[in-house]
Design a protein around this ligand. Structure first.
Ligand code: PDD
Length: 282
């Protein structure tokens, strides 16, 4: 039975209960993180905790714990769950209060953490790549905040799923922002393009890692947007996230991307990714 953390206590998942007045439930008023764990070591934990702080600042909610306490609790959660590779999910909501839009004062935030096994993606995703579709980015103007209110993301991902695709690539004002649950990249003539970190994308921890690997391998990259029109001419397209790592998109809107197979730059970076993810732990 999985062990979770809720409001200062570790307990079996089945026993964890949240009030119906929790603002996370009523308003989606909260933020979250997903942290990959390899060989029982959280990957880039401090970067995830820094992004959590930015998300909390973004919604004007005090951080209930300092980094040392988060680190201690996450370490305990990993210890109490079985798999060597895990995906730690944590969320902080504004807590329990009568339903009123204005933020309540003096309310203790609700902290919930769980850890699920982190299964590697099916080999076919890497051998053949995945399908993606482009869709209109219907999300809000603060996509840099990792908010638990994910209805647009889930709707867009569902749309992709119904069309047999593994991800929806989002287009806002004519340019690619990111995926419904991932950052996205396009390669033209050996140069990687990914959207700059602004309010239209989540600053992915995996994105940072991928760009660091590219820099180490002397593969040029630009943090610049790519137009939807140009995207259909890309040599390679990829997505990245903590749970899916770096995946090649080989079919976009039912048309092959480049040669329709995972490209050489993806291949090179994925090899470095698999090697460095275990060492680069910090
Ligand atoms: N999502 N952009 C969006 C909209 C995301 O939801 C995610 C990750 C990313 C990639 O961020 P990172 O590399 O830090 O995982 C980008 C997580 C995995 C989720 O919602 O499950």
């Amino acid at each position: 039975m999985a062990t979770v953390f809720l409001n200062d206590t570790f307990l079996p998942a089945e026993q964890a209960k949240v009030s119906v007045y929790d603002r996370g439930f009523l308003f989606g008023d909260g933020v979250y993180e997903v942290i990959p764990v390899y060989g029982r070591q959280p990957f880039r934990l401090q970067a995830h905790l820094s992004r959590l702080q930015n998300s909390l600042d973004g919604i004007h909610l005090n951080n209930p714990f300092d980094k040392a306490r988060w680190t201690q609790l996450i370490t305990q959660l990993i210890e109490q769950n079985e798999s060597d590779n895990q995906a730690v999910y944590l969320q902080v909501t504004r807590g329990v209060a009568p339903r009123e839009h204005v933020f309540p004062e003096g309310v203790k935030p609700t902290v919930f953490m769980m850890s699920n096994p982190l299964n590697s993606v099916p080999e076919s995703y890497k051998e053949q790549g995945i399908k993606a579709i482009t869709v209109d980015d219907i999300r809000w103007q603060r996509c840099d905040i990792k908010a638990i209110a994910l209805l647009p993301n889930t709707m867009l991902r569902q749309q992709a799923h119904e069309q047999g695709a593994g991800e929806a690539i989002l287009i806002r004002d004519g340019v690619m922002t990111e995926g419904s649950a991932s950052n996205s990249y396009a390669v033209f003539d050996g140069v990687i393009y990914t959207a700059a970190k602004d309010n239209t994308v989540l600053p992915g921890i995996t994105r940072d890692f991928v760009l660091e690997l590219a820099a180490k391998a002397n593969i040029p990259y630009k943090e610049e947007s790519v137009t939807a029109a140009r995207l259909s001419q890309a040599d390679e397209i990829w997505i990245s996230s903590s749970t899916r790592e770096l995946l090649p998109v080989t079919t976009l809107d039912d048309k092959p991307v480049g040669l329709g197979i995972p490209g050489p730059i993806w291949q090179q970076l994925d090899e470095l990714y698999q090697r460095d993810k275990l060492e680069a732990n910090k």
